[in-house]
Design a protein around this ligand. Structure first.
Ligand SMILES: NC(=O)c1ccc[n+]([C@@H]2O[C@H](COP(=O)([O-])OP(=O)(O)OC[C@H]3O[C@@H](n4cnc5c(N)ncnc54)[C@H](O)[C@@H]3O)[C@@H](O)[C@H]2O)c1
Length: 333
């Protein structure tokens, strides 16, 4: 592996990273990137490891850059496991990705959501602060506190392969609760896409592999990243949800070889879709000023290309399973 240089031309030394939530969507891509392109070591913490099994199981001799020697999985729940502090102490940097981030859950499991995003993460913040360790935190909310050694990442719709959803229901599982995952689900089941309140909200989408490049810059350039909050998104990929439905319908038709539905979309109210009391902003655009200035990062992948890659993966992974579920005769009593 070639010597890696940071943005100021200094040699990057291998570090040990405690990655909490490593088994999720973002974590799995970040583990892959770190193992294939850097010399860093990962202590991967999660309650699940399905999405990183391919990185844990390969025998060392088949792997470039000795993957197996550089990733260790620790199955633990950060809510109540004393091993967490030891793992943080052993590491140079902690990255916390663990959270509930499903909009449907905000209404139905409000306390779990608040606990998972704020309260459960507090020991991680405390252990890092008490042991003088760097921390990169992923958050939803504005105005989170920051400290000298801490970097905050505000992701704006990171999209790509391994985005999670449960075939057979409208909402995705915990992880990536995006309109995009719901639409994929509808497309796979050949059902009209549901446009909430006419689909006039605007959203931006960034390709996971572009976004992971940004996180790697933060990891390897602590002097430029510490103390900052970075928006990581792609303002160039802005569409209304209605436009997104149209593009996804076309891309899916190309990927699957199936003709688009005659009635590709239907309107539903936000109350019907999310439940009473749900509210969301009409427009969210990431301001890229700070990430541009500090890390010189810019996303590259167009909306069409990221949808093509994501939907190709989803079609390959789920289409057969969904067909089987849908053609199963229902039991009669
Ligand atoms: N993907 C996005 O576009 C997006 C958008 C906004 C915010 N985020 C934030 O980024 C982070 C990661 O997102 P993701 O898409 O990878 O989510 P994800 O659900 O795929 O991954 C989160 C992982 O954390 C693990 N986890 C949750 N609670 C845990 C606990 N108590 N102990 C141990 N492990 C636990 C889960 O098992 C899961 O594997 C989250 O903090 C999320 O709020 C992501």
């Amino acid at each position: 592996m070639e010597t890696r240089l940071d943005l100021d031309g200094n040699t990057i030394k291998p570090i040990k990273i405690c990655m909490i939530g490593a088994g999720g969507f973002i974590g799995s891509h970040l583990c892959e990137k770190l193992l294939t392109e850097t010399p860093h070591t990962i202590l991967a913490v999660d309650v699940y490891n399905d999405k990183i099994k391919h990185l844990l199981e390969q025998p060392s001799s088949y792997q470039p850059h000795h993957w197996a020697d550089r990733i260790q999985f620790h199955r633990l729940n950060i809510k109540n496991d004393p091993r967490l502090e030891c793992l943080i102490k052993l590491s140079d940097l902690t990255i916390n990705l663990a959270a509930i981030c499903t909009p449907a859950d905000y209404n139905t499991r409000p306390l779990d959501t608040i606990y998972s995003n704020f309260i459960d993460a507090l020991p991680v913040v405390r252990y890092c602060s008490e042991n003088g360790k760097r921390l990169i935190r992923f958050i939803y909310a504005e105005g989170a506190e920051n400290g000298l050694e801490f970097t905050i990442v505000r992701p704006f719709n990171w999209i790509g392969p391994r985005m999670d959803f449960i075939p057979g229901v409208d909402g995705p599982s915990e992880g990536v609760p995006r309109v995009l995952a719901c639409f994929s689900n509808n497309l796979l089941r050949r059902e009209p896409l549901k446009l909430v309140d006419g689909g006039q909200s605007q959203r931006t989408f960034v390709y996971i592999k572009d976004a992971i490049e940004a996180v790697l810059l933060m990891i390897e350039n602590p002097d430029r990243a510490n103390g900052h909050t970075f928006n990581v998104g792609n303002p160039n990929n802005e569409v209304t949800v209605k436009q997104l439905a149209e593009i996804m319908t076309q891309v899916y038709s190309k990927v699957s070889g199936e003709p688009p539905l005659e009635v590709p979309t239907i309107d539903v109210s936000s109350e019907e879709f999310y439940g009473e009391g749900y509210d969301d902003s009409d427009k969210r655009i990431p301001d890229m000023t700070i990430i541009n200035r500090q890390l010189g990062w810019n996303p590259k992948t167009s909306l069409h290309d990221l949808l093509d890659s994501t939907m190709t993966y989803q079609h390959k992974t789920y289409a057969e399973a969904i067909k089987k579920v849908m053609t199963k005769p229902t039991a009669t009593t």
